[in-house]
Design a protein around this ligand. Structure first.
Ligand code: ATP
Ligand code: MG
Length: 414
């Protein structure tokens, strides 16, 4: 029988990579905490309606990317393709509308049936934040600044740019929609099939198309900025002025729309050109209508999500694992005492690698391989004097150290 393979678009994260992933996630969380965000974990699957009702029935996610299945009880469930809808569902299920403003951070796996390629997986990970209950541009500025600080803390300041746009309020979008449809209708012979379908149901989505044919049409399309009403323009102007106050640089991109239906006003994306076509690393915007759409009281919201795998590819190095102490018995007679010493050191906070077997040379080789800083070598002679040899694995220098002062001595190498 051939060995079983992982499902296409999924991957195993081995220890070295886990270290990078944790570094990305922990950095995000520590910055979010600095802004007063608390962590929320919602289930990886929800009733299908949670996503189908909110993401929009012509969004790419709902039409072709969801992992949807009937469970044994006949309910239609979906593996979460993103987490904003789940967070809002949790906000309503837990009756949190008395606790606004609410600032939430999340991390975890998301699932989308997409064509796997570099930076595009079927199970991937996101970190994200949501700020519920603040209608003013101040909230958008806060989440953008948080995102910028997070990417900065990963050392990515020079690798990413912030692109910024507004979709305006409902009235502005209706006005824009009609000029955009007129333009797109005039060029419908040059649009992809997907975009012809979007044309009737959600024409703004055409701006988001990755199809080359669509892109050339979109290049000359009318701009949303020309359709904004006074209130929407004021919102955007205020946002830009506040961004200046926090010193976050941005580039206006009037074609930036988000792939989901629930956005209004602010949309933004931190992008890089270091990852080919998968350039978006952190993306978000304002979703004032979403809570109401899910059956809750009108509640403004804004937030973002970042792709952890894409960020892992961008960062140089995660912090190294702490270098262990190798405990190396010279022979089987010293195994018992070696084990006791290992436990003592571990309980004192030292990472310890135990040399399981082989001759001394083999065990020291293994110590090198695990990047041990020091080796505690347990020979018969030294043990008879209640001592061990401590070897500096970088210089090769060795000295005899009394077991009673082992911890203190090894402490110098921390
Ligand atoms: P893209 O345009 O690349 O498909 P998106 O607009 O679908 O991105 P969002 O729904 O905004 O992505 O998700 C936020 C972030 O999650 C993206 O910016 C990206 O970094 C990451 N992401 C989205 N889909 C995937 C995927 N299939 N594999 C890995 N990362 C992903
Ligand atoms: Mg996508």
């Amino acid at each position: 029988m051939p060995a079983l393979q992982p499902v296409r678009g999924t991957r195993d994260i081995l220890p070295d990579e886990s270290r990078r992933r944790r570094h990305v996630e922990e950095t995000a969380f520590s910055i979010a905490e600095r802004y007063g965000y608390g962590e929320i974990s919602t289930p990886v699957f929800e009733f299908t309606d949670v996503f189908a009702r909110t993401l929009g029935d012509v969004s790419d996610i709902v039409t072709k990317e969801m992992y949807t299945f009937a469970d044994r009880g006949g309910d239609s469930l979906t593996l979460r393709p993103e987490n904003t809808a789940g967070v809002v569902r949790a906000f309503l299920s837990n009756g949190l509308s008395q606790h606004l403003p609410l600032k939430l951070f999340y991390r975890g796996p998301m699932f989308r049936y997409e064509r796997p390629q570099k930076g595009r997986l079927r199970q991937f990970h996101q970190v994200g934040v949501e700020l519920l209950g603040v209608a003013e541009p101040l909230a958008d500025v806060e989440v953008i600044a948080l995102g910028a600080d997070f990417l900065g803390a990963l050392g990515l300041d020079d690798k990413v740019v912030l692109e910024l746009n507004t979709l305006g309020d409902g009235e502005s979008r209706v006005a824009y929609r009609s000029v955009l449809v007129d333009y797109l209708q005039a060029h419908r012979d040059r649009l992809s099939e997907d975009s012809l379908m979007r044309l009737d149901r959600n024409p703004l989505r055409v701006l988001d198309s990755k199809d080359e044919r669509d892109r050339t049409v979109v290049a000359d399309a009318p701009l949303i900025t020309d359709s904004l009403n006074a209130a929407s323009r004021e919102f955007f102007d205020e946002l830009i002025s506040l961004l200046g106050q926090v010193g976050v640089a941005y580039r206006l991109n009037a074609k930036l729309v988000r792939g989901l239906d629930y956005y209004c006003h602010t949309t933004f994306e931190f992008t890089t050109d270091a990852l080919g076509a998968q350039g978006a690393v952190l993306a978000g915007g304002r979703y004032d209508g979403l809570v109401q759409q899910m059956g809750g009281p009108p509640t403004p919201g804004t937030g973002w999500a970042a792709g952890v795998e894409r960020l892992m590819m961008l960062i140089d190095e995660a912090p190294q694992a702490p270098r262990p102490v190798a405990v190396v018995p010279c022979g089987s007679d010293q195994v018992g005492v070696g084990l006791a010493i290992s436990q003592k050191l571990r309980h004192a906070g030292f990472p310890v690698e135990f040399g399981y077997k082989g001759n001394l040379g083999k065990r020291l080789k293994r110590a090198n391989k695990v990047n041990a800083r020091t080796a505690v070598i347990l020979g018969e002679d030294e043990l008879s004097r209640d001592a061990a040899i401590v070897r500096d694995m970088d210089t090769g220098e060795q000295e005899e150290v009394l077991l009673a002062s082992l911890e203190e001595h090894l402490g110098h190498y921390r």
